[in-house]
Design a protein around this ligand. Structure first.
Ligand code: 13P
Ligand code: ZN
Length: 280
């Protein structure tokens, strides 16, 4: 295995420690991936052999053909990423058709990409299209407040988005387009992969019912920040609702005019379909 000195490896290890400290990664919960820039891919090409066998991806992501991804290993513990990154992480290359992958670095001891790898690839493809290529990171975790919220709120994007937007003023800044939602699907399944990618064509975050949250970002730090803000919003909603006797009819609700003013102040275009009505 070649020696690699890529900033993204250290960033992903740091994200693992920070996410674990937040309580989002019990056991092997959560996974993450990062689409390498051209200069990072060149460093891999120079240092790492290209002799591992191709493996079928199980889906097709032709929009990502030939690209390289840093990805967490299936079953790895996020608090361990920093101690042994070459074991808990790997770099894989997609073939030209985006239908198969091969290992280029990492996964020491026989590891393989996360069980959600097919979903990550479909979601990367969706986010590349949605952001003109700016989005590079995907991060998934199991924050308790988001999982709890998914048991109370209708599992559709408008309802989930309005709850999070109204919880605190920062939310609309980090997800002006809103948040997607999918039902309770089998972790690691192609159904979950496809349903998530469909949502991520429009949204930079998607709630997985009774499971967790998946976010995208331009980089790993951006993705972590988006997760952090949305988890805090979900936590505030759950606390306020509990303190309000279980009701979500709060004495001091956040009006849509306030949400629109926040977005306006930053030059952001909020998703108008999720504003403009008192109907949740
Ligand atoms: P992996 O260990 O395969 O990444 O699975 C963790 C997880 O959170 C699945 O949703
Ligand atoms: Zn999960």
């Amino acid at each position: 295995m070649g020696r690699l000195d890529l900033t993204c490896i250290g960033e992903l290890a740091a994200l693992g420690e920070a996410g674990f400290a937040q309580g989002w990664h019990e056991r092997n919960g959560g996974n993450a991936s990062y689409r390498l820039r051209a200069d990072e891919a060149q460093a891999v090409e120079a240092a790492c052999p290209a002799d591992a066998p191709w493996q079928p991806l199980g889906v097709q992501a032709p929009g990502l053909g030939g690209q390289l991804f840093l990805v967490t290993a299936a079953g790895c513990y996020f608090q361990d990423l920093a101690a042994a990154p070459e074991r808990s992480l790997g770099i894989v290359e997609l073939d030209a058709a985006g239908a198969a992958y091969r290992q280029r670095w990492g996964f020491a001891g026989g590891g393989r990409p996360t069980s959600e790898f097919a979903g990550h690839m479909l979601i990367h493809e969706a986010r590349v299209a949605a952001t003109g290529g700016a989005a590079r990171a995907i991060y998934h975790g199991h924050p308790a407040s988001v999982v709890a919220l998914s048991k109370l709120v209708p599992l559709e994007p408008r309802a989930v988005t309005r709850v999070l937007w109204q919880a605190m003023t920062e939310s609309i800044m980090v997800v002006p387009e809103g948040v997607g939602a999918v039902g309770c699907l089998v972790p690691g399944s192609l159904d979950l992969a496809r349903a998530s990618a469909e949502q991520m064509r429009a949204f930079a975050a998607v709630l997985w019912a009774s499971h967790g949250l998946l976010v995208s970002g331009d980089g790993l730090l951006d993705a972590f920040g988006r997760m952090h803000a949305l988890v805090k919003a979900a936590d505030i909603y759950m606390r306020a609702r509990a303190a309000n006797g279980g009701s979500d009819s709060f004495p001091n609700a956040v009006p849509d005019e306030a949400l629109r003013a926040i977005a306006d102040s930053l030059g952001l275009a909020p998703n108008e379909a999720f504003l403009g009505s008192s109907v949740r």
